[in-house]
Design a protein around this ligand. Structure first.
Ligand SMILES: NC(=O)c1ccc[n+]([C@@H]2O[C@H](COP(=O)([O-])OP(=O)(O)OC[C@H]3O[C@@H](n4cnc5c(N)ncnc54)[C@H](O)[C@@H]3O)[C@@H](O)[C@H]2O)c1
Length: 296
């Protein structure tokens, strides 16, 4: 009987049939007991997320496909001021988010060791084709697979245990490219689709006490910009004029927004697409100036 009940709870079809309402969102677990999974952990924004998550007292599964970079992650975080005590809660995990089956197995194995994932920050992302004319069908498929399917695979890896436990936090890292056209068409299409996917997650999983939100960064100086900075060393200075606040978000700014979204302070915020973009999506000041023939 117990086995039958357990099977009922864990099979996806039973999950779909379980419509018993959760009257109030489950209170967020105390930060010190959380297990947070960050993907793309060795990258620019990933490292800031890791630092903030460890310093908040969580156990951290730091996932990346770059084994060498993951190996150096503890040392890099120590250099950024993370204490040895906080680093003791770091669990590196080498995995590729584009491989759904292997990813699920690896996340399940580490969760069996340190506990089920309470918080997922799906942060892996990258862009290939900068323009439509430079985007081959292979580039298109690779960008959609990494940025859209990759996030779906990460959610799949944690969704059922969150449903069983009737609590969980999902944060996807999107981009302002989801909202307007700034180049990299396949990447942008994937990021736009993630906004819709986030809303589906929020709507469908809310009754299980699970929240889902997406953060949309504007320009953030990270290694992802290296090739462009090599091509045009002035790229960051030139870009600043488009940002109403006159500067960009840092990786820490993005991490802070994520930490807020997974905190009890955001307990009724779900399905939200939050730009972290120094005002970029609020309007284009140089164009407004030309339209009104006024100084701004
Ligand atoms: N930097 C920006 O200006 C900016 C702007 C908007 C949105 N974003 C988004 O922020 C997120 C992080 O970007 P970043 O600038 O820190 O990038 P980054 O290149 O510094 O880091 C990305 C990390 O993801 C890892 N990764 C790549 N493919 C993977 C895979 N298949 N499986 C597992 N790990 C993989 C890489 O090894 C790397 O460590 C991305 O989703 C990106 O689209 C960045």
């Amino acid at each position: 009987m117990a086995h039958f009940v357990e099977k009922l709870i864990t099979t996806p079809s039973a999950v779909r049939q379980d419509t018993s309402p959760v009257r109030k969102p489950a209170p967020d677990a105390p930060s010190s007991r959380r297990v947070t999974l960050v993907t793309g952990a060795a990258g620019g924004i990933g490292q800031a997320l890791c630092r903030r998550v460890l310093q908040a007292g969580d156990r951290l599964i730091a996932l990346d496909h770059d084994a060498a970079a993951l190996q150096g992650l503890a040392a890099a975080l120590a250099e950024q001021g993370v204490s040895a005590g906080d680093l003791a809660r770091l669990h590196p995990l080498v995995a590729d988010v584009t491989d759904c089956a292997a990813l699920g197995e690896k996340v399940a194995a580490v969760a069996a060791d340190i506990g089920p994932v309470d918080v997922l920050v799906s942060n892996v992302g990258a862009a290939r084709g900068p323009t439509l004319r430079k985007t081959t069908p292979q580039d298109w498929q690779a960008d959609i697979h990494l940025n859209l399917n990759g996030a779906f695979h990460c959610v799949e890896a944690v969704r059922n245990t969150m449903i069983e436990r009737r609590s969980g936090q999902l944060v996807l890292i999107g981009s302002v490219n989801a909202l307007t056209t700034l180049g990299h068409p396949a990447y942008s299409a994937a990021k736009a689709a993630l906004v819709s996917y986030t809303r589906s997650l929020a709507m469908e999983l809310g009754s299980f006490g699970i929240r889902a939100n997406i953060v949309l960064p504007g320009t953030v100086k990270t290694p992802a910009w290296q090739a462009r900075a090599d091509k045009n060393p002035q790229v960051f200075e030139q870009l600043k004029k488009w940002y109403p606040l006159g500067d960009f978000a840092t990786p820490d700014d993005v991490a802070d927004a994520v930490l807020f979204l997974v905190s009890p302070a955001a307990r009724v915020i779900t399905g939200v697409a939050l730009p972290v973009d120094a005002g970029l999506m609020s309007g284009i000041r140089p164009m407004a100036s030309e339209i009104t023939v006024e100084e701004y």
